[in-house]
Each structure stands twice: as C-alpha cells, then as structure tokens.
Design a protein around this ligand. Structure first.
Ligand SMILES: Cc1ncc(COP(=O)(O)O)c(C=O)c1O
Length: 462
C-alpha cells in the first residue's frame, strides 16, 4: 500500500481541522520527492521505445525532468511508481471526465470482458451506445465507431472527399486533428512543443492538398475559398481549439464558416474529439448552436478506452461502406468492452446538473487563481470553457490564434509545472496543452490546487 494513502487521509483531517484552504506548499515536501523508480523505468523504456514513450508529449521534453510512470488512479488522484500522489488535471488528456476508475465504468468493463473481449462481429453494446448518444445529441443521425480520434478525423476527411468528389482540405493553424498525413501540417501541441511545424515522412503532394489558414480570420478564409473555388472538400476545425493553448473562437467566426460551407458546397467538419461530451453533451455544436455537416469524436466517448467516432446525416453516412463507396473498417471498431465503458461514462454525463457542476468547479479554480495573480500584478492569465482550462504567462485579454501566443513567455510554464509537481498537482507536461477538471475533483482538491498554483506563481513570477 502506498504510504501516501495514509498521508492523504492525514491531510484531509488537517484540512478539516483548519477549515480553511490547505496550503499545498506546506503539505508536500518540495525538494524531497523520490522519483527514482520512474527514472529507472524511463531508462528501461528508452531501450524499447523511441524517446522512451509511446506518444511524444509524454516524454516531458518541454518541461524537463523525467516523465512519471503511473501505477494507480482513483477519482481525481493518481499515484506514481514511487507512491507520490498527485491531483490529476491531465485526466489522460481529456477522456476521464468522471476521473479515474469510476465504479460504474469499472463494473461495466469487468462484466463485459468476462464474456469475451472482441468478436469481430456486431454486438448489442454498439447499438446501445449509439442509441444513448443519438437520443441525446441532435446534431447528427448516424454514427460509425472507430478506435481513436485520429481514425475518426481521418475517416471524416475521407468521407468529405468521397461525398463532394473534391480533394482539397482547409484546416487552421494550431488545430490538431490527430496524426493523419494530410492534417499534420502546422498542427498543434506536440509539434509546437518540438518547435517544428510539420512532420517528416509526409509526401509534398499530400501537404499540397491541405490549405492552412489562421484561426479567426475571415479575409484569409474568403481568399482561400475564392482561389480554390470548387476544389475544397472540407473545412476542418476544432470548434473549441484546445491543442495549442485554448484559442477560444468567437461564435461569429464559426457561424461564418457555416455560411461559407453552405454557400460553396463544402463539408463543415467539427472535430469534437476534445469538446464533444465535454462542454455539454452536445459539445461545441450544442454550445454555439451550429450544425456542422460531419462530426469527429474521441476521448470521452470511450470512457477511457480506445474509441473514436464520426457522424453525420443519414444521407451523408450512406456514402460509407458497405452502404456506399467510401471504404473504412476496423478489426476492433465498436469493441464491446470499450462500448460498455462509453455507455457507463456517458450515462453519468447525462445526470441533471452534471455539466453545470463541472463548470462551477472550473470557474472556482480559475477565478481564485486569477484573482491572486491580479492582486500580485503578475503577467498571467487563465482561459477556460466549461471544464477545460489553460494557463498562460501573458496579460492578453483574448488569444484566438496560435501566432498570438508569446513563445518566450511560455518558457515559464516549465518551472510552473515543476513547482506544481512538487506540490502534488499534475498538469499535462506542456504549456500548450489544456487542463481538465473532472466530476471527481472535490472542493478540497480545488482548494489545494489553488494554493499550489498561487505558490507556483510566486516561484515563477514573484
Ligand atoms: C481535436 C483532436 N482531434 C483528434 C485527436 C486525435 O485523437 P487520438 O489521440 O485519439 O488519435 C486529438 C487528440 O488529442 C484531438 O485533440
């Protein structure tokens, strides 16, 4: 048993006795965190995997130090292999809206896997998840389950091309749609963090079919649409761009995209891999009240297991195989264990007041940290939408495009992250990534986080 379980209980009692915001800085031993087991595992991992990881941003390159190897998650807390305990705001990069090991998700997974993990044939659970989603999401009529957000975006693009008979894609600088060749052009966080705008191994010809525009720029959009009139299959956007900071768009710009797409016969693709089921059950489409033509989902939809999906009207989806000519398939698509996890998680999301409560928690965290930063006149800001938040070392009131981010100032994220880690708070290891509040975060968690962020701000900016 991790010693920190006991420490956690002791802290809870202490906090109750003090009846105030516990000082995270006091509760954790800043200098003495033992991470030797993680370091050892990382050395070994480097002999197996490129950079020692199976996904680049996990390598801690932009914040320095050794990535932590996690052993356990429960609710809002995670424990690493050295038994250090953290309040987690990475939440597996978004899927864990209920926190770790939620009892109904665990039960659904255990019961399902006991009857077999995969059949390569239809199961009742695919119908159940689809029905649950369709009953509560009014922005599409048919859905196809895949196994990741990348696959969802890739398939959605193929569908758009197959449906329109056109080849070109418009995407936006700073939006990430997975590591699909034609979409990995000036994409989001992993690449921004590595300081390069594209990936090796992508044929010029692919990149040439992709037009990359700045976000929030109607003129650039008008020009591209007129320069390539009749050639553009799809405009793909994260309606709540959350992969290169949180670049909140004005509803007016998103509505303009809708207008242009309708006028020009272009498919409007909302990549809701992060925002879907996150800012509300109907995601950004519901938040802004905008009807996209095709939607891509991932993360939350699978309850922490690998699921993605794309969806549209019955008419557009009739172009997908075996009904239509756009081929797309998957050995593990609609996997029953993953479907069961998705059903369990989304059922919880549908409880009355679920999203309101998440937003209240996030506002509480953000407003308290911001008011402290303002009282100290620190150059710092936090943006949020629903339960997504982003910290930035800037005093700009709004940041809507990736080129508005001051990359020099963003260097301050590394010591900020370090200080938070030392105080038992885990954020994703990149300043270009957003944080997530889950239903499992308690007021005590939030209070400890506020205190820790205040201390980290003093360390970095004081
Ligand atoms: C908006 C968006 N689209 C697509 C993806 C790719 O999803 P996955 O990592 O599941 O392939 C991501 C991943 O972070 C994402 O944020």
């Amino acid at each position: 048993m991790c010693l920190s379980w006991r420490r956690y209980l002791a802290q809870r009692i202490l906090a109750l006795q003090n009846k105030g915001i516990p000082s995270a800085a006091k509760n954790f031993n800043l200098e003495k965190m033992n991470t030797s087991r993680s370091a050892e595992l990382f050395e070994k991992a480097k002999t197996f995997f490129p950079g020692g990881v199976n996904s680049p941003v996990r390598a801690f390159r932009s914040v320095g130090g050794t990535p932590l190897f996690f052993a356990k998650g429960q609710g809002s807390h995670v424990w690493d292999e050295d038994c250090n305990e953290f309040i987690d705001y990475c939440c597996s990069w978004g899927p864990l809206i209920l926190g770790h090991a939620h009892p109904s998700v665990v039960k659904a997974v255990q019961e399902t896997v006991a009857n077999g993990s995969s059949f390569g044939a239809p199961t009742r659970l695919e119908n159940e998840l689809a029905e649950l989603i369709l009953k509560n999401h009014s922005y599409f009529e048919k859905i196809r389950f895949v196994s990741s957000g990348t696959e969802a975006a890739m398939s959605a693009i193929r569908l758009a091309r197959g449906y329109t008979g056109r080849d070109k894609i418009i995407k936006f600088e700073g939006c990430y749609h997975g590591h699909v060749d034609s979409l990995l052009v000036k994409a989001g966080s992993g690449l921004a963090t590595l300081g390069t705008s594209s990936s090796a191994g992508i044929p010029e010809a692919y990149a040439k079919e992709t037009i990359v525009l700045p976000l929030n720029d109607k003129e650039a959009l008008d020009k591209a649409v007129s320069d390539f009139r009749g050639q553009i299959a799809v405009i793909a956007i994260e309606p709540i761009p959350a992969n290169n900071g949180l670049l909140l768009q004005e509803g007016d710009f998103l509505r303009y995209l809708r207008e242009v797409c309708t006028r020009e016969g272009i498919i409007l693709l909302f990549d809701e891999v992060i925002s879907g089921f996150r800012v509300g059950f109907e995601g950004a489409s519901g938040y802004y009240g905008i009807q996209p033509d095709v939607l891509a989902f991932g993360k939350i939809i699978g309850g922490g297991l690998p699921v993605g999906a794309y969806a549209s009207t019955a008419e557009v989806m009739s172009h997908v195989a075996p009904e239509g000519p756009v081929y797309q398939a998957g050995t593990l698509s609609g996997n029953p264990v993953a479907m069961a996890a998705g059903i369990a998680q989304l059922t919880e999301c549908l409880r009355p007041g679920f999203y309101e409560e998440l937003k209240e928690k996030t506002d509480y965290l953000v407003n308290n940290v911001l008011s402290y930063a303002r009282s100290k006149q620190y150059k710092f800001n936090m943006f949020s939408m629903g339960s997504i938040f982003w910290v930035t070392f800037s005093d700009q009131k709004a940041i809507r495009r990736s080129d508005e981010i001051d990359s020099e100032e963003m260097q301050k994220f590394a010591p900020f992250h370090r200080s938070l880690l030392e105080q038992g708070i885990y954020l994703g290891p990149s300043g270009y990534e957003v944080g997530f509040v889950s239903a499992a975060h308690s007021t005590e968690d939030l209070d400890r986080t506020i205190a820790a962020m205040q201390h980290a701000l003093d360390v970095v900016l004081g």
